[in-house]
Design a protein around this ligand. Structure first.
Ligand SMILES: [Zn+2]
Length: 209
């Protein structure tokens, strides 16, 4: 993890302000029983005021480091380190002693992002996976609206396909798919799904109305 990463994380994780789109989404759900399942790795949901216990960041977090091996199943908050790296960089270089090393094996640390099978799922990850499962259990037999935003075919097995299956299997579940490039949904979901390929901002305004 070097200069580019530290700048990137700084800009996207620590310097970022709430994107108005997320604030709008929060205004829409805040008085409802909701849960957010996301492949985002920034903190836009938290910045917009979403309740942390209603979020599951399944693909990692710019704010966390892990061992690159990984030799143990733990993640480490990187805020202090990133701020220091950004502060002390010179001529596009970060002082060597600031390059993070694993406190257990001494090898390099890297971002806790799911890029391959070395992704560390720590206690926090499992805790939020559990919260999501509890939410699904709790809402069984109740009306459930799945709003899927911007999920294409990069990792469809994580959100897109499961949402289709849940909509198909429960009479109380409906799906709103917002996707510029891939708005289509399976024939079996006709009458239970609706999709939009317009701008997310415009669609959210309409749904909120
Ligand atoms: Zn290690």
């Amino acid at each position: 993890m070097g200069i580019l990463w530290s700048r990137y994380v700084y800009v996207n994780r620590y310097k970022a302000k709430a994107n108005p789109l997320y604030t709008k989404l929060h205004d829409f759900v805040k008085h409802k029983d909701y849960f957010v399942l996301t492949t985002n790795v920034d903190h836009q949901f938290q910045l917009a005021g979403f309740d942390k216990s209603r979020l599951f960041y399944m693909q990692g977090d710019y704010g966390l480091l892990q061992c690159s091996v990984p030799c143990h199943n733990k993640t480490y908050d990187n805020e202090e380190l990133i701020l220091k790296m950004v502060r002390e960089q010179k001529d596009y270089r970060v002082p060597t002693q600031l390059i993070p090393k694993c406190p257990v094996c001494g090898r390099n640390m890297e971002m806790n992002l799911r890029a391959d099978d070395r992704f560390v799922q720590d206690d926090g990850w499992y805790q939020h996976a559990e919260l999501y499962q509890e939410f699904l259990e709790k809402t069984k037999g109740q009306k459930l609206l799945l709003i899927e935003i911007g999920i294409g075919f990069n990792t469809p097995a994580i959100i897109r396909y499961p949402f289709e299956k849940m909509t198909y299997l429960s009479k109380d579940t409906h799906l709103v798919r917002i996707n510029k490039d891939y708005p289509i949904y399976p024939q079996e979901l006709v009458g239970k799904a609706i999709s939009f390929d317009e701008d997310i901002d415009i669609i959210l305004d309409e749904i909120i109305k």
